[in-house]
Write a protein of this length. Structure first.
Length: 307
């Protein structure tokens, strides 16, 4: 890739593009696939990647970004753990003259010029798809229908928007009631723990579980089985992501539906960096197209699944 201002020639060294990427953590299989995709795509390109994992700490993301400024990277990309609190650090980056690409989750800032583009999924639509699935699945089941919700990380875009989309759709049925809703940080361990507490409080009045990601759903399945109920039968389960493990549970009938959220954003990120360096104007929002899995489509998909 040619860097603007540098002529190619036998005696001219091409300066590699330096990309600093602040990954928010390694809390889920989605995240691990996302990290791998970004590392692989960078390796295949002429971009050198500086990678930092913040282990779900916004403070550590700030430290990573500051270290990228010090190292004078060409571009900074951030997958932000939560939406709020980014304005001051993004101003520091702007002052240093480094462009920012937000990936996966969004930041809430009053000045939209603080980042160039946001690459990621439509989480609100994912929540709506989950809600529609539940409406369809229970269309002929008389209420009351008790629902519990495992939310992701508090204050994170996917958790806020998936919850909003889901709640809006299910209000169509006045005999649907959300009995419990709590954050479980997108992890297997907390998913299991929080589901156990839901079961202790609500027992067999729980007919539906909406989990904001697969890892929490897998944890919840263990809690449900330990409680003596059948996941996918006594409790309808709908989850988001589409990891291999979740698709396997879908095929076993222990999860009823999985809304897809694609973690393979590496190619999109590298393309965006290259286009930006080439001086092209990027759209403010780059959305990744996604679908929803049922038992039938899961069987088809699982053979080629990379995560
Ligand atoms: O759904 C979840 C992960 O931000 C879209 O974060 C991502 C979410 C994903 O922990 O599994």
């Amino acid at each position: 890739k040619q860097v603007p201002g540098l002529k190619t020639g036998t005696n001219i060294q091409k300066r590699p593009i330096l990309l600093g990427f602040s990954q928010l953590g390694s809390e889920s299989d989605w995240r691990k696939a996302n990290t791998l995709s970004i590392k692989e795509s960078a390796e295949e390109s002429e971009i050198s990647l500086l990678f930092e994992n913040a282990e779900q700490s916004q403070e550590r993301q700030f430290e990573a970004v500051r270290s990228f400024i010090k190292q004078k990277v060409d571009v900074i990309s951030i997958a932000p753990v939560v939406e709020k609190g980014w304005e001051p650090i993004l101003k520091e980056v702007k002052q240093a003259g480094i462009p920012v690409i937000i990936i996966d989750r969004l930041v809430e800032v009053s000045d939209p010029s603080l980042y160039v583009t946001f690459i990621g999924s439509d989480f609100y639509e994912e929540g709506r798809k989950a809600g529609k699935y539940v409406l369809d699945k229970l269309a002929n089941t008389p209420g009351p229908i008790g629902i519990v919700e495992l939310k992701g990380t508090e204050g994170s875009t996917p958790s806020i928007a998936r919850g909003k989309g889901f709640h809006e759709v299910i209000t169509k049925r006045t005999d649907f009631a959300v009995l419990e809703s709590a954050n479980a940080d997108f992890t297997f361990t907390q998913g299991k723990e929080v589901m156990r507490s839901f079961l202790q409080a609500r027992g067999t009045s729980i007919r539906v579980l909406f989990s904001h990601n697969d890892d929490m759903a897998l944890g919840a399945i263990e809690a449900i089985e330990e409680y003596g109920l059948r996941p996918g039968k006594d409790i309808v389960i709908v989850s988001v992501d589409g990891t291999r493990k979740a698709l396997e549970k879908l095929m076993e009938g222990k999860i009823n539906s999985v809304v897809e959220c694609n973690p393979l954003l590496g190619p999109n990120l590298i393309q965006a960096v290259n286009e930006m360096i080439d001086g092209r104007t990027l759209p403010k929002r780059i959305v990744t197209p996604e679908s929803i899995f049922t038992e039938v489509t899961a069987a088809r998909e699982i053979g080629t699944r990379r995560y």
